[in-house]
Design a protein around this ligand. Sequence first.
Ligand code: C5P
Length: 214
Amino acid sequence: MIIAVDGPAASGKGTIAAALARHFGLPYLDTGLLYRAVGRAVADHIDAPDIEARAVEAASCIDPDTIDPEALLGADTGVLASRIAVFPGVRAALFAFQHDFARLPAGAVLDGRDIGTTIAPNADAKLFIVADAGVRAERRARQLESRGIVVDRAQMRAEIEARDARDAAAPHGGFRPAADAVLLDTTNLDIEAAIKAAIAQVEAAMVRKAAGPD
Ligand code: C5P
């Protein structure tokens, strides 16, 4: 079973995807980490004229096994990631690893922005997680604070909105839900309720799939 979980920054998709992976016993890949690792690798040159070539080179050298998620958590790293994610060469360099992960014999859960549309268009279940921007900023602030990171809330909101804008104008016309994705709005859901709703949606997708085409 392949499960694609997409959505904007801090929508809860990572927490939901990890919970789905545990629930269904599947390997899990947070694809945002790949973009974050590339953004971090070229952080010192982010405004350089040759940033695109540098980012493509960094993306080609990324070893997913050596990525430390904790080191890439910060909102500043998310902004760096969204700046290098617009380069088609970066996306192409990161494609094969994600594509192969989605085809592991055991199945997989992947979360990101383009899983249901590009990385695993044949996924068995596709969720697109959304939430109000203010709620997303508050959630991300609390997540970072729980790890001892000091957060400026106004700046956090501005960074989330800047990332939304950049992601919406991404190279291929912006990230959109796949036509067959189920939208899950978590604005008014706590994490337990969101996970429960996501599990129910995946189970419903499996039932639809087993029943065959309409
Ligand atoms: O999901 P996360 O917030 O970690 O992603 C960081 C950034 O990486 C996003 O804002 C987006 O620009 C980029 N990204 C992407 N495609 C993905 C995952 C993340 O372009 N599949």
